[in-house]
Design a binder for this molecule. Sequence first.
Ligand code: PXG
Length: 446
Amino acid sequence: MNPKDLSSASALNLEHYWMPFTDNRRFKAKPKLVAAAKDMYYTTTEGKQVLDGLATLWCVNAGHGRPRIVEAIRKQAGELDFAASFSIGHPLAFRLAERIAGIAPKGMGHVFFTNSGSEAVDTALKMAIAYHRLRGEGTRTRFIGRERSYHGVNIAGISVGGVPANRKAYSGTLLPNVDYLRHTHGVAGNAFAKGQPPNGAELADELEQRLITLHDPSNIAAVIVDPVSASGGVLIPPRGYLERLREICTRHGILLIMDEVITGWGRLGKAFAAQVLGVEPDLITFAKGVTSGAVPLGGVMVKDSIYDTFVDAPGGGIQFFHGYTYSGHPLACAAGIATLDTYAEEGLLETPAALHDYFQQGIHAFKGLPHVVDCRNLGLIGAVELAPREGAPAARGFEVFERCWDKGVFVRPVGDALAFCPPLIAEKKHLDQMFGTVAEVLTTLP
Ligand code: PXG
């Protein structure tokens, strides 16, 4: 579609749409509207090209408007627009689950579909509680989350999540039985670390020494962490940290849930962070890149032993009283299969080390530029952190975002950290444009 055919911002009535996670007044005073997208670029309603430096919202891993994915959605809409998965099914959901199981960490061969990452998190937490109960350990109802981790926006997700702004208004409504690990950011000696920072593995020990001691393992169902806390500021796990969490969970019969909504689907150089980091979780939540963002889809992958515990439970009948109308929606599954085909054909789940190195060099070239206090990266995700303006945290980050947009590059501020998470089809020239534009903006930024 020619973007010039679409209504320009001035012809649109912006009032009625309540935009999510957005300063609505500010946006509507100066809207940024995109009309079309192809590969690495958006076209705005004014016809300007904007490089997508964040895979939109950490999800368009195959790039925009990829022919296989577009065609699969088109075809599926005409063939079977919708069929549910409650006691009747359709082949696509089974096919996609099989494909996901084929690239999942070993022994995680079962997949439950949701429509989003937030629903995936709710689903995983409910699975953990129900699993323990089925095994006669019904006292295990407590969760351990972590400061600065992001697990979506449903009540359960913000309860185990550690983003203060997302929790503040709901303080009295959050799940009661949750405790928190400290986040792993800001450990001495870790600033400007390339890849996983060297210090801080011992922060995992507080799970055992403090939280498990306090609550007793018999009361704890699961620990949930995002391997890289992306929306928490792109916090990279210290070397050895996740491994220690794994060991402690295993020792005490606690399930480890890794929230791979952002780290999955090739972001770190393999299909899942669990594989890159060599840690075996019991459950993995996913969303976003499973369809490269083209149709909403999320889900939970579980160890086979967890699935077996449910389906072999004595008594028969429905084994898990949970599911969404659109769990395994045909359009989403068709998009998912086509996305996995695209990833496989183009080797996107295992992008070359040379690209990761180039990305790392680009991120760390910011060291020494005005306001820069930290640079960090892992795989094809990274951040450049700026010192906040006095009395106005996040203002500097937001201004960089706006100025870069005007110059044709989209990067996302997370507070005063600028996040980089390009589609996995990015080439050197795209990284040059992305980093070059941000660097240029920084040199003139107050
Ligand atoms: N877990 C993680 C680790 C996520 O990053 C979710 C769960 C929830 O997914 P859904 O599909 O329900 O949004 C996410 C989502 C941001 C931003 O500003 C990040 C997300 C969503 C919206 C905004 O960085 N991540």
